[in-house]
Design a binder for this molecule. Sequence first.
Ligand SMILES: Cc1cc2nc3c(=O)[nH]c(=O)nc-3n(C[C@H](O)[C@H](O)[C@H](O)COP(=O)(O)OP(=O)(O)OC[C@H]3O[C@@H](n4cnc5c(N)ncnc54)[C@H](O)[C@@H]3O)c2cc1C
Length: 342
Amino acid sequence: MLSIEADKNIIALNTLGFNAIAEQFTRIASEDDLLKALQYAQLHQLDYQVLSGGSNVLVDEHIPGLTLHMQVMGRAVLKECDQQVLIRIGAGENWHELVQWSVVNNWQGIETMALIPGLVGASPVQNIGAYGTELKDVLVQVRAWDCLAKEFVELDNSECQFAYRDSVFKRSKGRFIITSVDLKLHKRLAIEFKYQALKDYMHKQSLANITLKDVFQAVCEIRSDKLPDPVKVANAGSFFKNPIISHSQFQQLQGDFPKIVGHPSACSGVKVAAGWLIDHCGWKGYLASGVGVYPKQALVLIHTGESSIGQLMQLADDIKQSVFDKFKVQLEIEPQRFPSVN
Ligand SMILES: Cc1cc2nc3c(=O)[nH]c(=O)nc-3n(C[C@H](O)[C@H](O)[C@H](O)COP(=O)(O)OP(=O)(O)OC[C@H]3O[C@@H](n4cnc5c(N)ncnc54)[C@H](O)[C@@H]3O)c2cc1C
């Protein structure tokens, strides 16, 4: 039976810790629950939106319609051989716990994405990534309810149209509701580091044989030192995407700011460290009216309580404007408005 809660405060279900009242709220523990919830929404002519761990959303104070909280659980090995394993993970599983499970089993591919908050079903939405690895590197297929075609569909890796912090799920807002994700992980690959900071960190440990567990622990230590734990300091991780600019604009900026941080981007151009830009506009450690910029990482905006989403968005606008005024670079906000705005 579908259980609907009215006027539910989802303050505990968004890591920025804003008060937000969901007009109607239900937990989705299976595909059958999802179908029932969608029928209910249709019958009562309600809009609906999907919430997972709430670590990448900017919640409005009032959320009309039906909020679907994804809790579809399950981990299964679908296929296994000497080299690889194919696993199917329910959308409601915790991402970090999945990474732990893969490391315990010595399956390689997602260990550098340890400690990313949130649930598995949201991981394809922005093609999560960290330390040189993105979800697209290991994802085989996604199973989702297609709200347009009104049927369950399987989308393979190319159909997901992954890009930097982007996918078909993000672009076609609300069309797909993901219920499970299939990943291919490796059993016998040599450990390589695509990200220099992690490579340097591992080098300093002077380990004879680096294991997946060592990489996992290193990532957890580096992240814990650099990023605030949302349980202690409300935040949504990186608030802005790293902007991709042309080589010529980057060279011009290098002339004025020789220490500017940028890396060649996979899709041509240069990916500039947004945190560096914000830091060099003097925002790091800023705090006023309960919203501010994390003192150890300028890319992370924080909420210390008793503030509103409006005040946070005003701060984001002020930061964007000052970065544009100084560097002529446009920042784009990474977390999604909830409910989404078209
Ligand atoms: C401290 C911190 C560190 C972070 N570090 C990283 C990082 O290193 N790399 C990175 O990529 N991200 C990072 N993030 C962002 C965030 O953790 C990821 O984007 C994560 O995948 C969001 O998962 P969630 O379950 O919280 O999704 P939510 O915030 O609940 O949802 C995000 C969006 O996805 C949609 N959605 C959620 N579930 C589904 C579903 N089943 N089907 C369809 N749509 C769905 C929602 O409607 C919403 O638009 C960080 C966040 C925090 C707070």
